[in-house]
Design a protein around this ligand. Structure first.
Ligand code: MRU
Length: 353
């Protein structure tokens, strides 16, 4: 199947360094940050210059190569031991998005399986990182096209609600949830996207809107607490969101607020889809209770920009993700097709690590 391409690539390998779109500065400024070593890559992931599960995975893969390049030994065993330390550093950046751990593991496995001198191992690691990047682009295009098939057949032109940013910016360059949107737009099946602003960091307002404007996809921004009302008014035909980690039973961790959207969709009989590559599925977890949930700086809640929005001295709780139970999910759309959450297991052997 052919697909329209986005022209937004958040992680770019150029000559001997990585360029990241600084997602903290969008939409006010489009800036590329140069990443030349693994420390800077770890910091870029932690501070969310690069964010979104698949994009974090791609960035971490390049981070592993940059780290491998820094290791000064010709001894293979010593090289592998030090590479494990780079892996530890990158793993410690963000806990929920499993693509981070998946990509790091794939890089480690590649290094262990490859025979030859250290210099050759380093070259192979760069090639592997580039492949992970390229594969994600193709994977998202396949997700987009399978998603298009899974969408409701009526009305002819759909309005799709999404939460957070699961777009080109969050992947190698096409998007998971927004990949489905892009494919629907290409085929004339999309009326418009509704984007939740996605408190507290506003990825919907800042990133999803910016991305759709780049591609001239019609978009309406709402605040998170308007979603149920819009559903009740009949404005939404389907919900499509991304994922940070999906347990073997289909329970899905995604940006905080996704669970409320899923409950609202169920109450209004609106199909709720999760779009994600196999690299987002953690088959080692039986259900979503075991998914680690990142807690972030409370300043994200008590400040908007630099302005304090609440009295000082109260308590805060800032979980960055929630878990939507599988029974609220109509289908999970992967690069191998859209299936009911209970049928995910069939893909376990296809997951490349
Ligand atoms: O905290 P973020 O911005 O990294 O969270 C991103 C999300 O929750 C996305 O929906 C998810 O990673 C899927 S991206 C294709």
């Amino acid at each position: 199947m052919t697909s329209t391409v986005s022209h937004v690539y958040p992680v770019i390998w150029q000559k001997d360094q990585v360029l990241l779109i600084d997602q903290n500065r969008l939409p006010a400024e489009y800036t590329l940050v140069e990443i030349k070593n693994s420390d800077d890559m770890a910091l870029a992931i932690k501070t969310m210059i690069v964010r979104g599960a698949p994009a974090i995975g791609v960035a971490a893969a390049y981070g592993m190569y940059l780290g491998a390049r820094e290791i000064e030994t010709e001894n293979r065993e010593l090289f592998l031991t030090q590479l494990e330390k780079i892996a530890e550093k990158l793993r410690a950046t963000r806990p929920t998005a499993v693509n981070l751990f998946w990509a790091i593991q794939r890089m480690l496995n590649t290094a262990r399986r490859t025979l030859g001198p250290v210099e050759y191992l380093q070259e192979v690691l760069l090639e592997t990182a580039k492949n992970i990047n390229l594969e994600d682009l193709k994977t998202c295009q396949a997700i987009g096209d399978y998603g298009l098939e899974a969408l409701p057949k009526t009305p002819e032109k759909l309005t799709i609600l999404t939460h957070c940013n699961a777009g080109a910016l969050a992947t190698a360059g096409y998007g998971t949830a927004l990949g489905v949107v892009r494919s629907a737009w290409r085929e004339g099946r999309l009326a418009r996207v509704f984007a939740d602003e996605t408190r507290p960091r506003l990825q919907g307002a800042k990133l999803t809107v910016w991305e759709c404007v780049q591609d001239e996809i019609p978009i309406t921004l709402i605040t998170d607490n308007m979603a149920a009302h819009c559903m009740k008014q009949g404005l939404i035909h389907a919900v499509v969101v991304g994922a940070d980690r999906i347990a073997a039973n289909g329970d899905t961790a995604n940006k905080i607020g996704t669970y409320s959207v899923a409950i609202s969709a169920k109450a209004h009989n609106i199909p709720f889809f999760v779009a994600a590559p196999l690299s987002t599925i953690d088959f080692s977890l039986i259900d979503g209770n075991q998914i680690p949930i990142e807690e972030r700086d409370p300043a994200e809640i008590y400040q908007i920009g630099k302005t304090l929005v609440t009295p000082e001295g109260v308590d805060f709780y800032n979980p960055a993700f929630d878990v939507t139970p599988a029974n609220l999910i109509t289908a999970i759309i992967t690069e191998f097709g859209a299936v009911a959450p209970s049928e995910l297991k069939q893909f376990e052997e296809k997951q490349a690590v």
